[in-house]
Design a protein around this ligand. Structure first.
Ligand code: SF4
Length: 442
């Protein structure tokens, strides 16, 4: 169990100097107890206190790194609105060693094609989980080698046979795969092997009591690079297990469960599988192993993950520079909007659909939408006029017509005065752009 705020406070220097970013030592102690601070930010903690407080200041869920920069865990809150979520659920797709060579090549090629652009950010599937379903140790090694040479993505290597892992993993250990699972039957061999290879390992047991026992046994081997699998494969039981694990780790600071968790989908029909995986993305899988690799199935899952793991206090923004849409010429319309991604891409989508090549100038409003920016004084005529002049668009077009969002029609007079451009009030909503621009053109 973690220490309480008062227990932590007793170990602090009590200078109340505020150098840690909180006004008093007591407030700092409370933040530490809630897992929202770092002990290192106080420069006056004694070595003795540091040692005593080590467990209290450790993150409630350990960060486990594997493969191609995949980071699991290291979350500090139960709900995103408490603070934020840091490490998006790592998504991997299963490749069975029962497939033929040509089936494996096709599957890996399909996985490699899973690249998406959404609201200005690029996403791809994180990795491939090679699973030993053939019970053939040599075949497993061949497939691990084949997949590893065909992808640079993160790798997971899964077999309950320690000998199969020992044969397959050393050749790719430099890529730091996540291996396992270690169970009650094999954990000494698998965890010791993972320790020797310096790779993280999945601990799998049926239910939380058994998992607790397995973690405590495995920790005694002097290794703590663990990812937990509570063994369930039905959606409701997995959701219950993942929720209990997260609550115990975050709220109770229960150290044996202070590791990232992994879920494996059980559904076979792809749309059911994606619905199941959506539950695990929301609560609280650090990694999910999927079966489907069809782009249309994966995209909604990626979109859900992006939405959940976007920090609401840091809106996604686009570059506040002149954007060119289509094959522009000197007659192309010029739009102005804000640099909040959702606003910008709504405008861009409608401008593209209008099939009239155009310029869009997003103003730097710290990623806020038009009305919010206007209310906060971030979408002011002077600022827009300066950005317009700095963008160089005046040299690219032979007109001086600037289209502004209809919601801020009130700035049109002053903007015209400051910019010397004729300000045209556009539609209130981006959905009105197509009919607006066609009417305007003629
Ligand atoms: Fe107290 Fe240390 Fe924070 Fe100063 S920096 S207020 S001594 S906890």
């Amino acid at each position: 169990m973690g220490l309480t705020g008062l227990e932590i406070y007793k170990q602090l220097p009590k200078k109340n100097c505020g150098e840690c970013g909180t006004p008093t030592c007591l407030a700092f102690a409370m933040a530490l107890a809630a897992g929202k601070g770092a002990l290192e930010t106080c420069p006056y903690v004694t070595d003795e206190a540091r040692e005593n407080l080590a467990s209290a200041s450790a993150p409630p869920i350990k960060a486990i790194k594997f493969g191609n920069e995949s980071v699991l865990g290291d979350e500090t809150v139960l709900f995103r609105h408490d603070k934020t979520f840091y490490h998006p659920t790592t998504l991997l797709i299963k490749v069975s060693d029962k497939l033929t060579d040509s089936e494996i090549e096709a599957k890996v090629q399909e996985i490699e094609g899973l690249e998406f652009d959404r609201v200005g950010l690029h996403y791809s599937i994180d990795g491939i989980a090679v699973v030993n379903e053939s019970s053939d140790q040599d075949r497993f090694s061949q497939v691990v080698e084949k997949v590893a040479s065909a992808t640079s993505r993160s790798l997971m290597v899964l077999s309950e046979n320690p000998d199969a892992l020992k044969a397959a993993v050393p050749g790719i250990a430099s890529r730091k795969p996540l291996i396992g699972p270690a169970t009650f039957e094999n954990y000494e061999a698998v965890v010791n092997f993972a320790k020797e290879q310096k790779v993280p390992v999945i601990l799998k047991a049926d239910g939380l009591d058994a998992l607790n026992e397995l973690v405590e046994s495995a920790q005694k081997l002097g290794y703590k690079e663990f990812v937990l699998d509570p063994g369930s494969r039905s959606t409701s039981q997995t959701l219950a297990n993942l929720t209990h694990l997260r609550r115990l780790a975050i709220k109770k600071k229960y150290r044996p469960f202070g590791y990232p968790v992994i879920a494996f989908t059980g559904k076979n029909e792809p749309l059911d599988e994606i619905a199941e995986a959506s539950v695990y993305v929301a609560k609280y899988a650090s990694a999910i192993v999927l079966k489907t690799s069809i782009k249309a199935h994966i995209l909604p899952l990626m979109a859900l993950r992006q939405n959940l793991y976007t920090d609401p206090q840091k809106p996604i923004q686009v570059e506040p520079t002149l954007h060119v849409i289509g094959d522009v010429n000197e007659n192309s319309p010029v739009y102005v909007t804000t640099n909040f991604s959702l606003t910008y891409y709504s405008v861009e989508g409608e401008v593209e659909s209008s099939k009239i090549p155009s310029y869009i100038l997003p103003i730097d409003t710290d990623g806020t939408s038009v009305l919010t920016a206007y209310a906060a004084g971030k979408f002011e005529p002077e600022k827009i006029a300066d950005a317009l002049a700095a963008s160089g668009v005046a040299e690219k077009v032979n007109h001086r017509n600037l289209i502004i969002p209809g919601a801020v029609a009130v700035i049109s007079g002053k903007l015209q005065e400051k910019s010397s451009w004729k300000v045209v009030v556009g539609p209130r909503e981006s959905s009105g752009i197509i009919s607006f621009v066609r009417t305007m053109q003629g």
